[in-house]
Design a binder for this molecule. Sequence first.
Ligand code: ATP
Ligand code: LTN
Length: 327
Amino acid sequence: MDNILSGIKPTGQLTLGNYIGAIKNFVKVQNEGETFLFIADLHALTLPIEPNVLHDNSRDIAAYYLAAGLDPKKANIFLQSDVPAHSELAIILQNYLYMGELSRMTQFKDKSAKMKEEAIGLGLFAYPVLMAADIVLYDSKRIPVGEDQVQHVELARDLVKRFNNRYGDVLVMPKAEIAKVGARIMSLSDPTKKMSKSDPKGDIYLKDDLEVIRKKIMSAVTDMVGKVKYDPVNQPGVSNLMTIMSSLSGKSFDEIEKEFDGKGYGDFKRAVADVVCNELAPFKARYEEVIKSGLVDEVLSRGAKRANEIAEKTLKRVQKAVGLYSK
Ligand code: ATP
Ligand code: LTN
């Protein structure tokens, strides 16, 4: 069974996009191999964040992992910063990724677009180096992510190829896995933009009350076509709502189109809201239970213990390969 790894950065409140594009898939794969799910708190430092917000968000994501059904007996849940090998390996691997390729990363371009060059942190630029270290440390072949992260995983693949060509079979080749439906949930207020936790417009937060979620869906931007049809180019808003519905209900786009043939957007949105609320109601209740149980810190420390075991071995292997060892 292949190892599986993914992470979420604790930059803000988790969205429905994070849930559908990432967390739901983590729950599916945890039975299919040793799973490493971490909270990318070092990555969260690549843009300004208040210390208490970073601290609290990190624990909160762990609680959401548990509420979603991740079982700490099967999945190792931990903080990236609790495993020093992430940082140590990144320092080595940064020498095998190049400025040109890092500057072509879409996430870097998006996040730095409005910043003055003098104010762009080196960490933001080098983000994919640390991410490559995260990935290779656990010998993981499978990396479940949303669509926006595929480019970073591809870069990690390039790095593994480059590194292994130079030093032999040291690193395991990873591969991104994206959900068939829901790998890119769009903003409800601007369906041409990704729903993103650092851009509060048009987001559904997992923390939102169900009534608020319902209202947000009812006021989602649609179009003048008036037909429930999957056509992301001409009907991005409706197509996004169909994607949300399909990924949570298992219904195909065809089935949804037939079900709402001749019906208005009001009926359709009410049905989408029902599907979302039915999914999130028990999830939110479990989240409250997890918080009350006070188990999060214990889960994180157990996860870090196992993660350190594996990560240290890989780090040693890499250090040896490049010549950093004593006889
Ligand atoms: P930020 O706004 O801080 O960049 P984000 O909301 O984009 O964050 P990440 O922490 O970058 O979230 O992502 C965690 C996981 O959720 C990643 O696998 C990412 O691909 C996935 N993801 C994020 N947003 C979406 C979305 N709108 N649709 C599907 N998957 C998503
Ligand atoms: N870059 C990812 C978070 C992340 C990650 C990883 C995902 C950091 N390291 C390794 C998969 C594998 C993001 O922004 N969601």
